[in-house]
Design a protein around this ligand. Structure first.
Ligand SMILES: C[S@@+](CC[C@H](N)C(=O)[O-])C[C@H]1O[C@@H](n2cnc3c(N)ncnc32)[C@H](O)[C@@H]1O
Length: 261
């Protein structure tokens, strides 16, 4: 049933948006000397080899992080800084998925929990996260999210990054996000979604904007990686967005807009 494997897409332009904003938020939250809870509902395998056959097959990283990282992000930018540290440890072709990126910001006292349902991906995640102190669960991420909220410590961030293999995911998420916010009203909750040619995501995004009017919705567009490819952009819907993130979103918009010019 679970056929999606993120290795084919790791480091594409959607990952760049998602991971740049994630690292920016984690760095910001870590400026305060108070412990954090970090949770991921759909973690993937954590660490990707951009030199692998799978990554070469789609060429998505070659049109994504591998061309934009140095131009778009200063060496001090939290995303670039975290990726450089990961390459230093795991080799130049290594790319950090969201769990391994998050680990770069973990301090003593912070707690990390991640769900991944695919057996092989979950096993690889356990290996990638060894020594990080993260709790890894091979369980349904949204179910666990509901029991996780509100966590201790209460400050923190939840990333929800489904593969949208099931069409009903859009409706499920339109309902789940407001519920999670009600349970954990101080938590930063970030939902990633694809922008598809069909516009299937629009109803979910519209509902979320209505129910959570103080959240920020950041969307970028990019040329499809292959002719006929459905994904033409990506979005992050962020509840309780950290102060100052609007400027980073605006900066990213300028960079992505230049790709489409
Ligand atoms: C888009 S990928 C995650 C990528 C990762 N967040 C990153 O940015 O590096 C989505 C992952 O969710 C997993 N998955 C699918 N359904 C799930 C579920 N119900 N609960 C937990 N994980 C699930 C898939 O196996 C896949 O590895």
């Amino acid at each position: 049933m679970l056929s999606y494997q993120h290795i084919y897409h790791a480091g594409n332009l959607a990952d760049v948006q998602k991971h740049a904003l994630l690292c920016w938020m984690l760095e910001y939250l870590c400026r305060k000397d108070k412990p954090l809870s970090y949770f991921e509902s759909h973690a993937g395998r954590g660490l990707y080899d951009l030199g692998s056959e799978e990554a070469h097959k789609t060429g998505e990283a070659a049109k994504g992080v591998q061309v934009v990282l140095d131009d778009w992000f200063e060496v001090t930018h939290p995303y670039r800084h975290a990726l450089e540290a990961i390459k230093e440890k795991h080799g130049v072709e290594a790319y950090g998925g969201s769990p391994v990126l998050a680990t770069q910001f973990k301090r003593k006292g912070d707690s990390l929990m991640m769900c991944e349902l695919h057996p092989q991906e979950c096993e690889a995640l356990r290996v990638a996260m060894r020594g990080s102190g993260a709790r890894i669960l091979k369980q349904d991420g949204l179910e666990v999210a509901q029991s996780f909220a509100p966590p201790t410590p209460r400050r923190g961030l939840m990333l929800i990054d489904p593969s949208y293999e099931v069409k009903s995911d859009y409706d499920t998420l339109a309902n789940a996000l407001p519920q999670l916010h009600r349970k954990w009203n101080v938590g930063v909750i970030a939902l990633w979604y694809p922008i598809l040619k069909s516009g299937i995501q629009a109803s979910m995004v519209g509902q979320l904007k209505t129910v959570l009017p103080d959240a920020l919705c950041h969307e970028v567009r990019f040329p499809p990686v292959r002719e006929g490819h459905q994904m033409i952009g990506s979005g992050m819907f962020i509840v309780n967005p950290p102060f100052g993130i609007k400027a980073e979103m605006k900066r990213l918009n300028g960079l992505y807009d230049a790709l489409n010019a």
